[in-house]
Design a protein around this ligand. Structure first.
Ligand code: HEM
Length: 548
């Protein structure tokens, strides 16, 4: 593939066409004019270019996929529009279910070809994942067309960079997510969870739930996770639960607001590349540049402030930003990129996971009761909880708390789909993958596959995460790769431990304070979103305070 790709690539063919044109117009112009009935040199050149590109189209469209492609033997739908793209826009069900239907159609296949010209393959079983995620993570990078737009917002943050740059950043960021460090964050996370529960109680008294006792929980989970990442990520109190604003968040909201024109801008940038879209006379270009510059301008002074505070020893915070500054390994622009990355990756993800957990607990009230019993024994309401309380030691061994959390994360993986693109000819467990091919991974399909999880794969069964009354770490699956919510390997979610600590505190505090039921038609609850999935129409819950 390597040599064929180079010979028949667009730049090579353009060069060949240019050489052919100059030779032909110099030595054989008369012959060609007569043969093809052409009058001028530009006409001859146009025909030569056209012939070269037509040959390339024939080669790539028919000859290569049928005769040479190492993927030619794969089964699969080979559609013109990939299932990965269709899964983002499907209206009447979860996009991830399209992949579950597909594996039913092609039973036993561990890799399928998704597109007509074999550009995209879907890995459906765990065997190839060790190569994709752990052994060769830098052969398979995030597709540049997709990451290009995000890179303009998040810069060279951990999520975006590849190769040695990624290894360096990952190594230097890991300490901020160590087990010991997360243990120290529990108290702050608990405090914020209690503030959310109190704010919800107030909302039932005199706010959004005054008459109906109904609140849109999805808004509240988003606020509390922002408050937590504000303190943990940069030692900053956003106070979103108290409805205060913050310049960084204001700009973020404007950038990520799903207005139709902004979505069109994002989709065009993904399809044609941001450099091309930037050439268009589109007012979105000016707005995008203004917002990304403003974001950078707001962050830089904050970083300097933090640096000064550390030098003056006034900063005894152990937030991610401080730890990165103290390591001495980062320049100010690098610190800004990390900061924006943790802010983006660290709140919507956990917020949506918490919403799904509360939804499932409203659907299965018996588990709400079991969890409440467990929490009220472990953390009785009159128990004084302060900095010296070992919350990690209390919450981490609780079977239902952890079973419910993991089962939610299995059934509703916040990032349901990811993609990688081969940057060189490589292979996955012996299956050659040519350079340029995109490997699609449906976390939703893998987490819910009946082949891997058994006939009850689609059911909410927290007990699969409990063995002899204690939480287990694999849900009874045969291989680690069957539970993909945080992926695996060097590009797995660095915030996994952080997110789970946060979910334990928030779920414990919610169940300790309220019982709840769904206050909307269940049919309206569909997982939607381009990168992370949340309930499409919010999550309306009727809350009943347990203390009166
Ligand atoms: C339930 C919550 C979360 C879920 C389900 C989740 C899921 C994921 C997934 C699937 C990836 C890999 C994406 C890919 O490569 O395509 C990822 C990467 C990442 N996540 Fe999370 N995440 C969660 C919470 C968090 C939190 C709380 C933080 C930070 C505080 C965080 C920070 C990151 C970062 C920095 C990466 C990039 C890691 C790298 O490439 O080395 N995530 N996350």
């Amino acid at each position: 593939m390597g040599i064929a790709a180079q010979i028949f690539s667009l730049p090579s063919l353009t060069l060949v066409a240019a050489v052919e044109s100059s030779l032909i117009t110099k030595f054989y112009a008369d012959y060609f004019s007569r043969l093809l009935n052409l009058n001028t040199h530009p006409e001859i050149i146009a025909v030569i270019f056209f012939a070269n590109y037509a040959f390339a189209a024939l080669f790539w469209g028919l000859i290569y996929p049928k005769l040479f492609s190492p993927l030619r033997h794969l089964h699969g739908p080979r559609n013109f529009i990939s299932l990965a793209h269709r899964s983002l826009v499907v209206k009447d069900g979860p996009g991830g279910d399209l992949f579950l239907d597909l594996i039913k159609k092609y039973p036993g296949q561990e890799i399928l070809s998704l597109t007509a010209f074999d550009h995209q393959v879907l890995v459906t079983k765990p065997r190839m994942l060790a190569d994709l995620l752990v052994h060769k993570p830098y052969d398979f990078i995030k597709p540049p067309k997709i990451s290009g737009l995000l890179r303009h917002i998040l810069g060279d943050g951990l999520i975006m960079v590849e190769g040695d740059q990624h290894k360096f950043l990952r190594k230097n960021t890991m300490p901020a997510f160590s087990f010991r460090h997360i243990k120290n964050l529990y108290h702050m996370m608990w405090t914020k969870s209690v503030i959310m529960s109190s704010a919800l109680e107030e909302a039932l008294e005199s706010g959004e739930g005054k008459d109906t006792k109904v609140v849109n929980l999805a808004n509240w989970t988003s606020r509390v996770t922002l408050d937590i990442i504000g303190v943990a990520g940069m030692g900053r109190e956003f106070n979103m639960l108290k409805k205060a604003g913050d310049p960084i968040l204001d700009i973020y909201e404007q950038l990520l607001e799903p207005a139709p024109e902004k979505l069109a801008f994002a989709m065009s940038s993904i399809a044609f590349g941001l450099p091309f879209v930037r050439l268009l006379p589109w007012k979105m270009n000016t707005l995008f540049k203004y917002l990304t510059t403003a974001l950078s301008e707001v962050c830089m002074p904050m970083i300097q402030e933090k640096k000064d505070a550390i030098i003056n020893s006034k900063d005894d915070h152990f937030d991610v930003l401080s730890l990165l500054i103290k390591s001495g390994n980062f320049t100010n622009p690098q610190l800004r990129d990390q900061l924006l990355t943790f802010l983006a990756a660290g709140h919507e993800t956990t917020s949506s996971a918490l919403s799904w957990a509360c939804y499932l607990l409203s659907k299965y009230p018996e588990y709400q009761d079991k969890l409440r019993d467990e929490i009220s024994q472990a953390l009785p309401y009159d128990m004084e909880i302060d900095k010296s309380t070992d919350l990690a030691g209390i919450l981490e061994p609780l079977p239902y708390l952890n079973g419910i959390m993991n089962e939610t994360l299995r059934l509703y993986p916040t990032v349901p789909l990811t993609m990688r693109q081969a940057v060189r000819d490589s292979n996955l467990a012996g299956q050659p993958i040519p350079k340029g091919v995109v490997v699609v991974l449906s976390l939703w399909q893998m987490n819910r596959s009946p082949d891997l999880w058994g006939p009850d794969a689609g059911e909410f069964r927290p007990e699969r995460w409990i063995t002899s009354g204690k939480p287990n770490s694999n849900g009874g699956a045969n291989s680690n790769y069957e539970f993909l919510t945080f992926l695996h390997g060097p590009r797995s979610c660095i915030g996994q431990g952080f997110a789970k600590a946060e979910m334990r505190c928030l779920l414990a505090s919610m169940t300790r304070t309220f019982s709840w039921e769904l206050a909307m038609d269940e049919k309206e609850i569909l997982p939607r979103g381009a990168i992370t999935i949340k309930p499409s129409n919010g999550l309306l819950l009727k809350l009943k305070p347990l203390r009166v």
